[in-house]
Design a protein around this ligand. Structure first.
Ligand code: 13P
Ligand code: SF4
Length: 307
């Protein structure tokens, strides 16, 4: 089968099986083109909750498909790349979190959605990079917050909200490569450009970067919105390079420059056209979460969605 035939077959199977394809902005361009909904972590969770399709084919990494399976237990959630992991989700274990909570018995746990179901099951509130500030601001002023697993996102929230939080020492191995040196060099080289940075990036720890008037921190969807809304011709993009494809589609007349070469999540690229087709044909790769864990993991996700 050639590429066009594969695409046509995928389209036909989606209709025939009442399947919806959800894809993250960091997947391959050909997968993004086939998605019924393309989004960041928060947008994808909302779509999983809202869809009336029978099958959700989740193109992203494992924790994302697992989150969809937690939210939509009556749907068949399929992952074309069940082995696709996430360095950030891997950095927090359920046992590690249990010990952390034991050391801080009065702490409220806020977990980034990039976590396993077992970690979510021990969490009070989930958040994504889109709503992390709102989630933390909604918590009582005097409560101790244990935030994990991303230390960079956590540090950024502390700066923006003025709240002190205990931070888990994890990171995304992709965004953690984005340093202040890289950002400063792009600010010098492109004096007309805004620099749009994902808050999982290492450079959040540099106060001069945070205060710079041409630097903006956003989730991936926020980066998309800023680039469309702001009347500039050029933007430096400091997030995973897959996002550049949708940025270019939304504003073909504007220039998007990656902050550095190689800011790339290999795990997100594991979903290919061939694997997507095979998943729709065979309905293999169903993501299942044990019911007891699912029910507990759903609570912090619902609290997040209700905010
Ligand atoms: P968002 O989708 O919330 O922007 O997070 C980025 C990310 O790294 C997802 O794995
Ligand atoms: Fe995980 Fe980072 Fe890849 Fe996102 S970009 S899936 S946080 S490793």
């Amino acid at each position: 089968m050639d590429r066009q035939e594969i695409i046509a077959r995928i389209q036909a199977l989606k209709k025939e099986k009442r399947a919806i394809v959800l894809a993250h902005y960091y997947t391959l361009p050909e997968i993004q083109d086939l998605a019924d909904y393309l989004g960041d972590s928060l947008g994808l969770s909302k779509q999983a909750a809202a869809t009336d399709a029978d099958i959700i084919v989740f193109c992203g990494v494992h924790f994302m498909a697992e989150t969809a399976a937690i939210i939509a237990p009556d749907k068949k959630v399929l992952s074309p790349a069940p082995e696709a992991g996430c360095s950030l989700a891997d950095s927090a274990t359920a046992e590690g979190l249990r010990q952390w909570k034991e050391a801080h018995p009065n702490g409220l746990v806020v977990s980034y959605v990039n976590t396993t179901a077992a970690v979510k099951a021990q969490t009070d509130y989930c958040c994504t990079s889109s709503n992390a500030l709102n989630v933390v601001r909604s918590l009582p002023e005097d409560c101790e917050i244990l935030f994990g697993p991303d230390r960079n996102l956590g540090a950024w929230i502390c700066q923006k909200t003025g709240r002190k939080m205990e931070l888990w020492d994890g990171c995304c191995c992709v965004h953690d490569q984005i340093t202040s040196e890289m950002v400063n060099s792009m600010l010098d080289r492109y004096p007309d450009a805004d620099v749009l940075i994902h808050p999982e990036s290492k450079c959040v720890n540099d106060p001069a970067i945070l205060a710079h008037p041409r630097v903006f921190f956003y989730s991936t969807a926020g980066i998309m919105d800023h680039s469309v809304r702001v009347n500039k011709n050029r933007f430096v993009i400091a997030t995973e390079e897959g996002a550049l494809y949708e940025l270019g589609k939304r504003s073909p007349q504007k220039e998007f420059i990656p902050v550095a070469q190689g800011v790339l999540c290999e795990e997100m690229k594991k979903v290919t056209l061939e694997r997507l087709l095979e998943t729709l044909e065979t309905e293999c790769g169903q993501v299942r979460v044990p019911e007891e864990i699912r029910q507990r993991a759903l609570l912090p996700i619902e609290r997040m969605m209700n905010l």
